[in-house]
Unconditional design. Structure first.
Length: 350
């Protein structure tokens, strides 16, 4: 290269630099989005919940609207849905109350069996160690009673915040279900005419992906809950219905939610029925994990956007780091929506 001649840049470096600054911009936007959601996470969760309810209930409301006025159809759909949810919660409460006496007795016996089991090979724990651990737990609870009480009182504030979020989400869903299309059309009219077509294409792709993912994850969660409930009931594990409901809720966190819920079921089985039944529950974890990973989740992703399992795992971990449990739940549908919008706009340009 002669003196004074500008250095040449290879096409590879030009392409890498172009992608690098785009990735930096995307990363900054994602960070800003999660920062805003973290600042106003109750509102974000409420809107997300409203969108989930809309994706689930709008088709039902559309069918009912063929027989009733639109407002009456939306109200009837929401009232029946709320009644069903309250009925399930009532069933769970009655199951817990009905098994309370038996559960306490079985847990006391189960703790004794676990202690005896830990004293035998291969663990060979000293009985004094176990009794000392129990006394330390009791001493801790006694000495920190005021702190625990203040934590419980502060937790009441969180309950109020959760209730307010649920109410706001339900309130949002009323308008989304009733006239969400008109709201979206109004939003598009406020944009410059040069970008309306692209926003319309991206919006259709985003909503199609979101509804497909929502319907699919509900199917996965319900299937897992039914399988877990039947298996725990057949094994005689107490609290089969509440544990099945826990499995249903945990399935909304892909890859890690179901194992955590089934691990709790394993602890209950160990304390109430012994190591043999607990081992069968562990086998259940493996079987349901295989069904979920190789059958159910591929079906869900085919309805929405086919994401690689590594992308799903990274999304869940990143979401949990950024926003805790809420971030873990929202991460995968958010990534799916963003990717589907990008794909739709790229195909439209092509």
């Amino acid at each position: 290269m002669q003196p004074g001649t500008p250095p040449t840049v290879t096409p590879f470096l030009r392409t890498a630099a172009a992608y690098a600054w785009r990735l930096l911009v995307v990363g900054l936007l994602v960070h800003a989005l999660f920062a805003v959601l973290g600042r106003f996470h109750e509102i974000g969760v409420a809107v997300f919940l409203g969108l989930v309810l809309t994706a689930l209930l709008r088709p039902v409301a559309d069918v009912v609207a063929r027989l009733l006025p639109r407002a009456a159809a939306v109200a009837l759909t929401l009232i029946v849905s709320i009644a069903l949810v309250l009925g399930v919660l009532t069933l769970v409460g009655e199951a817990v109350a009905g098994e309370q006496t038996t559960l306490v007795r079985e847990f006391r016996e189960g703790i004794g069996r676990i202690e005896h089991w830990l004293q035998r090979p291969p663990f060979r724990l000293d009985p004094d160690t176990l009794s000392g651990l129990q006394s330390k737990v009791g001493d801790y609870l006694s000495s920190h009673r005021s702190a625990l009480l203040s934590t419980a009182v502060s937790g009441a504030g969180h309950v109020v915040a959760v209730f307010a979020t649920l109410v706001l989400g339900l309130f949002s869903s009323v308008f989304f279900i009733h006239s969400g299309d008109r709201h979206w059309a109004w939003f598009q009219e406020q944009l410059p005419s040069s970008v309306r077509d692209r926003v319309a294409i991206g919006g259709r792709a985003a909503w199609s992906t979101f509804t497909g993912y929502t319907h699919g994850i509900i199917l996965v969660a319900a299937t897992n809950a039914v399988l877990v409930g039947i298996a725990l009931w057949a094994l005689g594990v107490p609290l089969a219905v509440p544990l099945a409901l826990l499995e249903f809720l945990a399935a909304f966190i892909p890859l890690v939610g179901s194992p955590i819920a089934l691990a709790i079921a394993t602890v209950v089985a160990l304390a109430s029925k012994g190591p043999l039944v607990a081992g069968l529950v562990v086998a259940l974890i493996v079987i349901i994990g295989q069904i979920e990973g190789h059958l159910l989740h591929p079906l869900v992703m085919s309805w929405a956007v086919r994401l690689h399992p590594l992308v799903v795992a990274i999304s869940v971990v990143a979401g949990s780091i950024a926003a805790g449990v809420v971030g873990a739940v929202v991460a995968v549908p958010l990534v799916s929506v963003v990717w589907s919008v990008y794909t739709a706009l790229r195909e439209a340009r092509g």
